[in-house]
Write a new protein. Structure first.
Length: 246
């Protein structure tokens, strides 16, 4: 007899806890309960007793929201990446604008300074600063023009130009089929820029006799030519040009 009483008490306790739990879930869900019941009825094709059908609905919703969060997170990361790209592009443009402004200021200083234009032969940039006899032209003479050297004082041969343009700073004069040549600095419109950036423009291939006066100078004048040798496709400076700042 006691066995049945204990069994009845156990099942009554389980039923009581079940009812209490369902009621607590309904209290928490509150307004959502009706929608969940409709969803349960739509999903259920036949009657099947389930202790807590709302829990399955909640789990399904949780998985759905998890997928949505992952999707939105991916979209957010993509938007952040694109924003970084646009920001970098904007910074690059700002740097270019600032560089152009600085070059414009330098050119204005050169134009306004009489010293910056004296002894200049139109159309032959730097020709007045190369001493007579340094680069005597002949039929087998080859003239190559370069921009700035690399940090080791090398000029890649494939970057040479046979004709001058206003972005060139150095000139190599050599003979046909020769691996030796003279190195000259071409004084001109970029002198002030070279003075402001001596570490990159001048020092790799030039010895500056009065570098202490760079703050008041606006021209670079060659005093003595340098020498180069062609090694492994590069013109390598083995004797630096001697220049002064005026």
């Amino acid at each position: 007899m006691d066995y049945f009483l204990y069994a009845a008490a156990f099942f009554l306790g389980v039923a009581f806890m079940y009812l209490i739990t369902r009621q607590v879930i309904r209290i928490y869900l509150n307004d959502e309960m009706r929608a969940y019941r409709r969803e349960i009825r739509k999903k259920r094709k036949w009657w099947k007793p389930v202790l807590f059908p709302e829990v399955k609905v909640l789990k399904r919703h949780k998985e759905h929201y998890k997928r949505e969060v992952e999707k939105l997170q991916g979209q957010l990361e993509e938007e952040a990446w694109q924003l970084d790209q646009h920001k970098q592009s904007g910074l690059d443009l700002l740097r270019k604008v600032e560089e152009l402004r600085r070059e414009n200021r330098e050119l204005k200083i050169i134009v306004a300074s009489p010293a910056g234009l004296k002894n200049r032969v139109p159309g032959t940039r730097g020709a007045s600063d190369i001493r007579k006899g340094d680069a005597a032209p002949s039929d087998d003479t080859v003239t190559l023009y370069f921009g700035i050297p690399d940090h080791q004082g090398h000029f890649p041969a494939d970057r040479s130009e046979p004709e001058y343009d206003n972005r060139k700073l150095f000139m190599v004069v050599t003979k046909k089929d020769s691996d030796r040549g003279e190195l000259h600095y071409l004084s001109g419109d970029l002198d002030l820029k070279a003075i402001n950036n001596v570490d990159y423009y001048l020092l790799p291939v030039c010895e500056i006799s009065n570098i202490a006066g760079r703050n008041s100078a606006n021209r670079v004048v060659q005093d003595e030519k340098g020498m180069v040798a062609l090694v492994s496709g590069k013109w390598i400076c083995n004797k630096k040009i001697r220049v002064k700042l005026v």
